[in-house]
Write a protein that binds this ligand. Structure first.
Ligand code: HEC
Length: 199
């Protein structure tokens, strides 16, 4: 092929087309303000898998573990055995409504705030989440998996279910930050009981 001016024109044309396609993609991504289009189908399905088969979120948030349940992930329901959780004498801890209902669930939380709940164990107002919410374990999940769970939760049908406030023995709202003061990050791999080698 002779590399003449016509060829350059062709290359230039293709380049311009490519740049405009890329830019229109960016502009579209920026103008997409609803959360459904913020996340993709892959993330949502991965999130469903993690929520239903790996992380056991439903054990507490929806004990039937059935996405067809009209109360799926809507949190505490009166009469659920073992709930509210009695994490110490006089304490009552209620599993939250984690559907995207704006008034009673996480509908008004930004995706980043839901991410922070799993990564840092804080709610949208900065309160530390109480046990038995296993955020000290969930915080070790990869960014990718944590975002997948956020995507899944945000994609759910909102369920209106007003979960009561937690109570401490003196009737106030318990401050669970005291329980997690000494929390350490995972040791680097390999730890003492991990050979780091082949089996
Ligand atoms: C062993 C029980 C248990 C499991 C398993 C569990 N949670 Fe929770 N979760 C709770 C309880 C209890 C609370 C309420 C904590 C509080 O109010 O301080 C909570 C709170 C939350 C909150 C904060 C909501 C709010 O309104 O404050 C989010 C988000 C959440 N859980 C998501 C999840 C996800 C996602 C999973 C699975 C990856 C999961 N939880 C697994 C018990 C659990």
């Amino acid at each position: 092929m002779v590399f003449n001016w016509r060829t350059w024109q062709g290359v230039l044309f293709l380049f311009v087309v490519l740049v405009s396609v890329l830019f229109s993609g960016i502009i579209r991504a920026e103008s997409a303000n609803d959360e459904q289009s913020f996340f993709n189908q892959y993330q949502i399905r991965r999130g469903r898998y993690l929520v239903t088969a790996v992380a056991g979120c439903a054990d507490c948030h929806s004990p039937q573990n059935n996405p067809n349940d009209p109360q799926w992930l809507a949190g505490y329901m009166p009469g659920t055995p073992g709930q509210p959780f009695d994490v110490g004498p006089g304490f009552k801890i209620y599993p939250a409504n984690i559907t995207p209902d704006k008034d009673t669930g996480i509908g008004s939380w930004t995706p980043q705030q839901v991410f922070n709940a799993l990564r840092q164990g804080v709610d949208n107002e900065g309160h530390v989440l109480c046990p038995p919410m296993p955020w000290p374990t969930f915080r070790n999940m990869s960014d990718r998996d944590t975002w997948a769970i956020v995507a899944y939760l945000k994609s759910l049908t909102p369920v209106s279910n007003n979960v009561p406030e937690n109570v401490a023995p003196d009737g106030t709202r318990p401050d669970c930050s005291v329980l997690y003061q000494g929390l350490q990050p995972l040791p680097p791999y390999p730890g003492k009981n991990e050979t780091g080698g082949e089996v």
